[in-house]
Design a protein around this ligand. Structure first.
Ligand SMILES: [Zn+2]
Length: 77
């Protein structure tokens, strides 16, 4: 376990494939690691919209929230 609240993980520049600019808010972006694949659903911290990020295509599109997912997976992590 971590002994403090300091972040212990970070990506160095040569581990980053690129960034994806959010379609809803151009100032927001996701940093994509070189080994990231598949899709991930994230919520924009600025406007609260849900986005589907495709790590392979390096695209992001506005999507609907995944209803019920928090309740179903709340014990997974
Ligand atoms: Zn946004």
């Amino acid at each position: 376990m971590e002994q403090n609240n300091q972040p212990s993980l970070s990506l160095s520049l040569d581990e980053i494939k690129g960034i994806i600019q959010y379609p809803c808010c151009p100032k927001q972006n996701a940093v994509i690691a070189l080994d990231a694949h598949g899709r991930v659903s994230v919520q924009c911290a600025n406007c609260g919209r849900f986005l589907l990020i495709d790590n392979d295509r390096m695209t992001a599109s506005i999507t609907k929230p995944c209803k019920g997912v928090a309740a179903r997976f709340k014990n997974a992590g």
